[in-house]
Design a binder for this molecule. Structure first.
Ligand code: NAD
Length: 457
C-alpha cells in the first residue's frame, strides 16, 4: 500500500492531531481469514443469542456517547451536540434492527396439498462494510447491525477521515462479540479496493456514486452480493401556494445542517416564479443568521467542512455558477482569520440546469434556488438527474402535493416535511443513488440469501 499512515486532521484547526497506521495487505488477508473462520459458529447461534450481544453494544453506545461525540467533532467537525446525539441514537438503531430481525429472519413455511417448503433466510458469509465520514457512527451501524444479526461476520473499513471513530465503534462490538466476528481495517481507497477483491462474500457500502460504481464492477466479476447506498442531489419543490416561512426554514436547515454534508441535503430548490421573491427573501434572512464556527461552541449551527478538498469543491461549484450568470446573494467565502476549513453559508439564485451547482452533488453549505413557471416544469427538472435519493414538495394543497410526490423519481419523498418517515420503513435511493436498501425488514433480508427445503407431509 502506498499510504502508510492516515493523518487525522481536525477540520476546525487544520492541524494533524493523530496518525493512524493503515492496514497492510497481510493484515487485510488476516482480517478476512479471521472473519471466515468465525462465521460458521456465529451463524449457528440463535438470533436471540446474537441479539443479546448486540443489545449490550447498544448500551455501550449510550454509555460512551460523550467520549465518541468528542472524537467525531475532533475528526470531522460536526457540532458536538449532534455528534453526541448521533452516538446516542445509534443505540436505538441497533435495538430497532433487533426487533425487525425477529420477523425478517424467521423461517417461513409454505403448504401445497401434501407438500411443505421451508424458507430459511441464511447468512451470506463474510461481509465487507465500507462507510463514509459524514455520519460516522450511524452509517456504520446501519450496515453492521443487519449484517451481524443475520449471521454474517464482518470486516469493517471506516472512512479514512474518521479512523478513530471507526476504532471506537469496533472496540464496542469487539468487546461483546466472539473473537473474529468483527474485524477492523484502516486506510483509504487502496485498502478498500484490496478488501473488496479479497475472499469476501458480500460488500455493504455507503458512500459516493463514483466509488459505488467501482464496487459494483468488482462485485460483478465474482458475482458477490452488494448493497450500495450512494449520493444524492435532492430537489425541493416549492409551489406558489406553499407556507413560505415553513418552506424557507426547511430550505435553510435542510441545505446547511451538518455543513451541508448530508446525503439527503436539500441540494437544489425549484420555486414557482410567483413565490420566488418572497421565498428568497425569507431564505436569505435564515442563511445570513446561520452561525458557523467550532463545533464545541454552543451558539454555532454548523461546523467546518470535513477537509480542504471538500471545501475547494463546494467553492468551485459556487464560482462556476456565478461565472455563468447566477447570483450570489450572500456568503460563499472562506474566512481569513482561521486555518480551519470553514466557509460562509451561501445562497445562490438565478440558477439553471447548466450550472454544476444544480447537477453535481455539492455536499456543502449552499442553498441553490432556480425559478420555475409551473409544477410540471419543477417535476421535469427534479427528475432530470441520475440521482434519486430524497425529495420534498411544499404546497398547502395536500392532494396536489401527493400527486406531485408520486411523479418524482426518488426513493424517499416528503410532502410539507422532510424525507424521514415512520420508523421501520426502508432507507432507499433509486436510479443511481443506490442498489438495494437498508433499514427495514426487507433491508435486513438483503444480508441473507433465501434457501428452501421441501418435503412431503
Ligand atoms: P467515498 O465514496 O469517497 O468513500 C466512502 C468509503 O469508500 C470510504 O471508506 C473510502 O475510503 C472508501 N473507498 C474509496 N475508494 C474506494 C475503492 N476504490 N474501493 C473500496 N472502497 C473505497 O464517500 P465519502 O466522501 O466518504 O462520503 C460522502 C458520500 O457518501 C456522498 O456522496 C454522500 O451522499 C454519500 N452518503 C450516502 C448515504 C446514503 O444513505 N445514501 C449516507 C451517507 C453518505
Amino acid at each position: 500500500m502506498k499510504l502508510k499512515y492516515i493523518n487525522d486532521i481536525n477540520p476546525a484547526t487544520g492541524k494533524i492531531f493523530a496518525k493512524i497506521k493503515c492496514s497492510t495487505k497481510k493484515e487485510i488477508d488476516d482480517a478476512v481469514l479471521k472473519a471466515k473462520t468465525a462465521q460458521k459458529k456465529w451463524s449457528s447461534l440463535t438470533l436471540a443469542q446474537r441479539s443479546k450481544m448486540l443489545n449490550a453494544c447498544a448500551n455501550d453506545f449510550i454509555k460512551q456517547k460523550e467520549k465518541i461525540g468528542k472524537i467525531i467533532t475532533d475528526e470531522m467537525g460536526k457540532l458536538y451536540k449532534s455528534a453526541v446525539g448521533e452516538t446516542f441514537s445509534t443505540a436505538y438503531g441497533i435495538r430497532e434492527t433487533i426487533e425487525q430481525a425477529k420477523t425478517a429472519l424467521k423461517t417461513e413455511k409454505f403448504y401445497e396439498e401434501n407438500l411443505i417448503t421451508e424458507l430459511h433466510r441464511t447468512p451470506i458469509g463474510v461481509c465487507a462494510v465500507i462507510t463514509p465520514w459524514n455520519f460516522p457512527v450511524s452509517m456504520p451501524e446501519s450496515l453492521l447491525s443487519p449484517a451481524l444479526l443475520a449471521g454474517n461476520t464482518v470486516v469493517f473499513k471506516p472512512s479514512e477521515m474518521v479512523p478513530l471513530t471507526g476504532k471506537a465503534i469496533y472496540d464496542i462490538f469487539k468487546k461483546h462479540l466472539p473473537h473474529g466476528v468483527i474485524n477492523l481495517v484502516q486506510g483509504a481507497d487502496e485498502v478498500g479496493d484490496y478488501l473488496i477483491h479479497n475472499n469476501i462474500d458480500m460488500i455493504a457500502f455507503v458512500g459516493s456514486q463514483a466509488v459505488g460504481r467501482k464496487i459494483m464492477k468488482t462485485a460483478g466479476d465474482k458475482l458477490k452480493r452488494i448493497v450500495l447506498e450512494l449520493g444524492g442531489k435532492d430537489p425541493m419543490i416549492v409551489l406558489d401556494d406553499a407556507d413560505l416561512q415553513k418552506a424557507a426554514n426547511y430550505a435553510v436547515n435542510g441545505s446547511l445542517r451538518n455543513t451541508g454534508q448530508v446525503c439527503v441535503s436539500v441540494e437544489r430548490i425549484y420555486v414557482h416564479q410567483k413565490a420566488a421573491d418572497k421565498f428568497t427573501t425569507l431564505v436569505a434572512n435564515g442563511v445570513k443568521n446561520f452561525k458557523y464556527g467550532n463545533g464545541y461552541d454552543k451558539e454555532v449551527q454548523m461546523g467546518p467542512l470535513v477537509s480542504k478538498k471538500q471545501r475547494a469543491n463546494v467553492i468551485s461549484q459556487v464560482k462556476d455558477a456565478v461565472k455563468n450568470g447566477a447570483k450570489l446573494i450572500t456568503g460563499g467565502k472562506m474566512p481569513r482569520n482561521t486555518k480551519g476549513f470553514f466557509m460562509e453559508p451561501a445562497l445562490v439564485t438565478n440558477l439553471n440546469g447548466k450550472h454544476r451547482l444544480m447537477r453535481e452533488e455539492t455536499f456543502g453549505p449552499v442553498v441553490a434556488i432556480q425559478k420555475v413557471k409551473s409544477a410540471d416544469e419543477a417535476v421535469d427538472l427534479a427528475n432530470n438527474s441520475p440521482f434519486g435519493l430524497g425529495a420534498t414538495v411544499w404546497t398547502k394543497n395536500k392532494k396536489k402535493g401527493l400527486e406531485i410526490a408520486k411523479k418524482i423519481e426518488s426513493g424517499m419523498i416528503g410532502v410539507n416535511q422532510g424525507i424521514g418517515g415512520v420508523s421501520g420503513t426502508p432507507w432507499v435511493g433509486i436510479k443511481q443513488s443506490g442498489f438495494g436498501f437498508i433499514g427495514s425488514i426487507e433491508g435486513i433480508r438483503q444480508f441473507t440469501v433465501p434457501r428452501k427445503i421441501s418435503y412431503k407431509k
